[in-house]
Design a protein around this ligand. Structure first.
Ligand SMILES: NC(=O)c1ccc[n+]([C@@H]2O[C@H](COP(=O)([O-])OP(=O)(O)OC[C@H]3O[C@@H](n4cnc5c(N)ncnc54)[C@H](OP(=O)(O)O)[C@@H]3O)[C@@H](O)[C@H]2O)c1
Length: 313
């Protein structure tokens, strides 16, 4: 019998109970799932984890073969000094589609100028005779070409956008101008009419969008940030919004969540706040990933989506 601890928030258990048990059965695993406190930590083989759950000290889990994070982001666990087990992050089809829908939806909002259209429903026929640009005339940049960024880049290409992507290591993605490294970042930003940042939170990505880098973007550019709040120097972004260097920002993630009511982003006319809803792991598909990793662990095969702890993601 494989003993699995469900170390997410207790309120998420009803969503996961049937899904995890079905995924274990489907994978041919004879597994039993325990809630925190139900089983001795040194009897647990795998920990299904989220940073919101009750486990912060992994020391007593002497037998655990892996910690299987239900989130894509690992910044709240990757530096945990008590963690000696392999750490896997979540790459889930449901999470990916959610991010694709969020990113493409907000890119289209900016591309089509929907805010202006919706705000001017006042009986005045404002056709200036101009021809609105097609997606192919709109340069969209995706920072981060991992599981989520690459999926968003593909979807934006399918919609016809002129897509540039940037990552730490060089990528090749059909239809996407792929750039990497510091020079690549400068080039990418200089063409970003609409920027989508889907980078992880690491020491290298902290404040990546700051006064210098925001100044490289075309005047009036839009920013969509479903990555992590730490990617943006908030004071620099507010200053750039106030000068019009950045035309608008849609922010899903923040240094402090929930975003405090007094934060200037709430009242800023050129900021849209969404409450960290860009993409959620879905119990059914995430459970299949957990089950596959447990199957691999039991078979002595390499885990999927293993986090490189030195790299931080
Ligand atoms: N808002 C939400 O609801 C939500 C939901 C899920 C995830 N997220 C966020 O999305 C992030 C990305 O998820 P993912 O599954 O796509 O992660 P991933 O597969 O690990 O991809 C990360 C990407 O970022 C690139 N990268 C990392 N550090 C970099 C650096 N210093 N310079 C340039 N590129 C760098 C990586 O480059 P290489 O490919 O070269 O390694 C990779 O392309 C998560 O970490 C999380 O913060 C947000």
């Amino acid at each position: 019998m494989i003993r699995v601890l469900f170390a997410d928030k207790a309120e998420n258990w009803p969503r996961y109970e049937a899904a995890l048990n079905a995924a274990f059965a489907q994978a041919g695993l004879n597994a039993e799932v325990f809630q925190p406190g139900e089983a001795a930590p040194d009897s647990i083989d795998y920990i299904v984890y989220s940073p919101q759950g009750p486990v912060q000290d992994f020391t007593p889990f002497t037998r655990a073969k892996a910690v299987l994070n239900l989130w894509a982001g690992v910044e709240r666990v990757v530096g945990n000094a008590t963690l000696t087990q392999p750490l896997c992050r979540m790459v889930d089809a449901g999470l990916e589609r959610g991010m694709v829908e969020y990113a493409t939806g907000h890119v289209l909002r900016y591309h089509l100028g929907l805010d202006a259209t919706l705000a001017q429903q006042d009986g005045i026929w404002r056709h200036d005779g101009g021809v609105p640009p097609l997606a192919r005339n709109r340069s969209v940049v995706v920072l981060g070409l991992g599981a989520l960024g690459a999926a968003c880049a593909h979807a934006l290409v399918a919609l016809g956008f002129d897509v540039t992507g940037w990552s730490r290591t060089q990528k090749e993605i059909t239809g996407v101008a792929c750039l990497s490294g510091p020079d690549g970042l400068n080039q990418a930003l200089s063409r970003a009419e609409i920027l989508v940042s889907i980078l992880p939170d690491t020491p290298e990505t902290t404040d990546l969008l700051n006064a210098q880098t925001l100044a490289l973007m075309p005047k009036g550019a839009a920013i969509i940030n479903p990555g992590r709040g730490t990617l943006i120097d908030d004071d620099a972004l507010l200053a750039a919004l106030n000068t019009g260097q950045i035309g608008h920002a849609t922010l899903d993630v923040f240094r402090i969540e929930p975003l405090p009511p007094e934060h200037p982003y709430w009242a800023h006319p050129r900021v849209t706040v969404t409450p960290h809803i860009a993409a959620e792991s879905r119990a059914e598909t995430a459970s299949e990933v957990v089950a596959e990793n447990i199957r691999r662990g039991e078979a002595g095969e390499p885990f999927l989506y293993l986090v490189d702890r030195a790299r931080g993601y």
